[in-house]
Write a protein that binds this ligand. Structure first.
Ligand SMILES: [Zn+2]
Length: 163
């Protein structure tokens, strides 16, 4: 299985990649090597490059519209890992994971804390040690904690205009 963190050097014509804003949960296109961008939906400045943790990592928040990858030999103890596209844990992770895409726990993964994602894939051998798992129905609910506000066709602005 290939992963987004691998450089697709054999795909020179790939002009953009799609990421999901971890603040408003909407998707947008960025240049493949872009590190940060302004979200065209909520206009906030956000990190779009993937975050790869290779060894120990202590404290803070890992936030990206791309993916967070905790490698096999990594031990991450963070307040939160918030990823628009997904989180892969192959090593040790303590903290809360909030993801708009699938969370994958590899066979040597050990997690403590919480995971909220629309999809959680747990390999045989992965250890979940005192973690709360929450699986809302979609990426928006996973990232923001509530359903999309404009899922209804009628918009509030139209009603205001009549009033
Ligand atoms: Zn946004």
């Amino acid at each position: 299985m290939t992963h987004a963190s691998e450089k697709p050097s054999w795909m020179p014509n790939l002009p953009t990649r799609t990421v999901r804003c971890y603040r408003c949960a909407n998707r947008f296109e960025v240049a493949p090597k872009a590190m940060s961008a302004s979200c065209p939906h909520c206009h906030r400045r956000i990190v779009v490059s993937d975050i790869v943790i290779k060894q120990g990592h202590w404290g803070g928040r890992l936030e990206t519209c791309g993916s967070v990858i905790i490698q096999r030999k990594a031990r991450a103890h963070v307040g939160a890992a918030i990823a628009g596209e997904g989180v892969t844990v192959l090593g040790v992770f303590e903290g809360s994971i909030v993801s708009g895409g699938a969370v994958h726990l590899g066979e040597y993964a050990l997690i403590r804390g919480s995971v909220r994602a629309p999809n959680i894939v747990i390999d045989h051998g992965a250890v979940i040690d005192d973690a709360r798992l929450e699986i809302p129905g979609n990426a928006h609910a996973a990232l923001t904690g509530h359903e999309p506000p404009d899922i209804d066709v009628q918009t509030p602005t139209a009603r205001h205009a009549v009033a």
